[in-house]
Design a protein. Structure first.
Length: 281
């Protein structure tokens, strides 16, 4: 049996907010430890970050620290935390979210990565898109401008690697705003599934038949839950894996064990899996 595993993570938000009674720096330390623990437990072949590492250009309250005083928490996240994952020795992707509107040059200077990217692992082509690639380098506080999936970029890669199966990743897909060309591409048999962040949920959306009924798998958060009218533990800090076992695809949202404070009470959220997706490919 052949088996390959990958890990995807988003919405880590190193910033001024200490969610669930845990100081931001400690939360970041836990994130890095938990990714490393997960690798020890069951190694993965690539690690993909899907955006929102900061609130550098934030529109609300105190505003974004990069716009206000030139401090880049994305840079701090990369240098202080993500760089410690390089010794895993696996390919990594690091695309921008809606809170990192750095232009292409600045993004590369800060992170060492490109705003859009691709990674090939055996017979799988991961295409990493730039969902907020408009109005870059803003001088005013903003929360980003959504741009539909870049079908020219996707088609070019799919033509260059005709034998690869395809996994589409982005900080955000908006099925209402995506183009007909994108829907046709997603419907192709060799496109296995989509991964998106942004909504801070661990759930799975089965897209309409226009998209070939493919699944959009959300990569959760390591900051705050996007689940409305439910405790944060409904979508607790975590990341999502992708396992390809022969002709079977499995994806699980993984929550590492975390001690947090909710309503003044200390609770331990246990290690576990939720929102598991399984399909034949
Ligand atoms: Fe986010």
């Amino acid at each position: 049996m052949s088996r390959k595993r990958f890990l995807l993570c988003s919405d880590t938000h190193l910033c001024h907010v200490d969610w669930y009674g845990v100081p931001t720096e400690e939360r970041m330390e836990r994130l890095i430890k938990h990714i490393k623990d997960e690798y020890e437990k069951d190694p993965f072949e690539a690690l993909l970050f899907l955006g929102d590492y900061s609130l550098d250009f934030w529109k609300w309250d105190i505003g974004g620290c990069y716009v206000a005083n030139g401090r880049s928490e994305t840079k701090e996240f990369m240098e202080g935390y993500v760089s410690r994952l390089f010794d895993l020795g696996i390919p990594m992707g690091f695309i921008a979210g809606n809170h990192e509107q750095y232009g292409y040059k600045k993004w590369n200077e800060i992170t060492g990565y490109d705003r859009k990217d691709f990674i090939i692992c055996d017979d799988i082509l991961f295409i990493l898109l730039d969902a907020f690639g408009a109005d870059l380098d803003p001088t005013e506080h903003s929360d980003g401008t959504f741009t539909p999936a870049d079908t020219e970029y996707i088609s070019m890669l799919m033509e260059n690697y005709p034998d690869k199966k395809v996994v589409l990743c982005s900080h955000h897909f908006d099925p209402e705003k995506e183009s007909d060309t994108f829907k046709q591409i997603v419907s192709e048999k060799r496109v296995l599934c989509l991964f998106g962040g942004h909504v801070h949920l661990s759930s799975i959306v089965e897209l309409s038949e226009d998209f070939g009924g493919k699944a959009l798998l959300y990569t959760g958060n390591y900051s705050y839950s996007g689940v409305k009218n439910a405790p944060p533990t409904a979508s607790m800090w975590g990341f999502r894996d992708l396992i390809i076992e022969d002709d079977k695809l499995i994806s699980r949202y993984i929550t590492p064990e975390n001690e947090i404070i909710l309503d003044g009470e200390k609770i331990v959220h246990p290690y576990g899996y939720q929102d598991i997706y399984e399909t034949n490919i």
